[in-house]
Ligand binder design. Structure first.
Ligand code: ZN
Ligand code: FE
Length: 259
């Protein structure tokens, strides 16, 4: 099996969401991840001539499933999403729980349960592509706001991503929030040179109208304060030298909520 021809397309949807398509020309497999809006997906499918085969859903929020019904009806694609939202997302045909693997064409995709933002949240990991879509759990320089879970649950989900996703994994996610996240991150980790460099790069990309995603696990581990609760500089800056990592994370998340 050769996946060297696989193409990944990311495009803006709604005001700050992303649409993502993964296309394997050899098998004719095309996978959408979340559908904030059907129209931009249909436009890319029309332009490329790709036939949508599968749709993966990260969580039940409207800005991730709003276009699902229309896209499913117009393409006949198979919809897979969280078992926990079986009754909430009526389009689901196949459901997954943490650790399940699903096949779509040549891809074996792992469902990583990452609750916190919502309880149903799934991060989709494509090991053969060294790529993951972390929904509204992990953003570039940020993490999702906690609506349904609690701080401890979110920290354990982010820790799971740190454990399971190798440094060279490309990270796609639900939102273009990186510029605001960068400004906040600098208040938590002001002496981090990698972060300062990334913040400057983010400003330049946004000024040019270019998305800041995908990122990589390596880049996030070096710059994203929500993954860096064990960092001595951050702990010192927050006056939390002897706290647990979960406590440091909780302080950072709480400050962001109040920022
Ligand atoms: Zn959400
Ligand atoms: Fe969202």
């Amino acid at each position: 099996m050769s996946l060297s021809n696989v193409e990944i397309r990311q495009f803006p949807c709604l005001s700050d969401n992303f649409g993502v398509l993964v296309h394997d020309p050899d098998s004719g497999t095309t996978i959408a991840i979340d559908v904030p809006d059907a129209a931009p997906y249909l436009a890319v499918l029309d332009e490329t001539g790709w036939t949508l085969t599968d749709i993966l859903v990260t969580h039940h929020h409207w800005d991730h499933v709003q276009g699902l019904g229309e896209l499913k009806t117009k393409t006949g694609a198979n919809v897979t999403g969280p078992e926990r939202s079986r009754t909430v997302i009526s389009e689901l045909q196949r459901t997954v729980e943490d650790g399940d693997k699903v096949m779509a064409g040549p891809f074996e995709i792992t469902a990583i349960g990452t609750p916190g933002h919502t309880l149903d949240q799934i991060s989709w990991y494509f090991p053969s592509l060294k790529m993951a879509h972390t929904g509204d759990t992990l953003f570039s320089l940020g993490c999702g706001r906690i609506f349904e879970g609690d701080l401890e649950m979110m920290w354990s989900s982010l820790s799971k991503l740190i454990r399971l996703l190798p440094a060279d994994t490309s990270i796609y996610c639900g939102h273009e929030y990186t510029a605001a996240n960068a400004a906040f991150s600098l208040t938590i980790d002001p002496d981090n040179d990698a972060l300062k460099q990334r913040a400057a790069e983010v400003d330049a990309l946004r000024a040019a109208g270019i998305p800041t995603l995908p990122t990589t696990m390596e880049q996030e581990l070096a710059t994203n304060p929500f993954l860096r609760a064990s960092d001595p500089g951050i702990r010192k800056n927050l006056g939390l030298e002897s706290a647990t990592d979960a406590e440091v994370f909780a302080e950072i998340r709480t400050r962001k909520d109040n920022a």
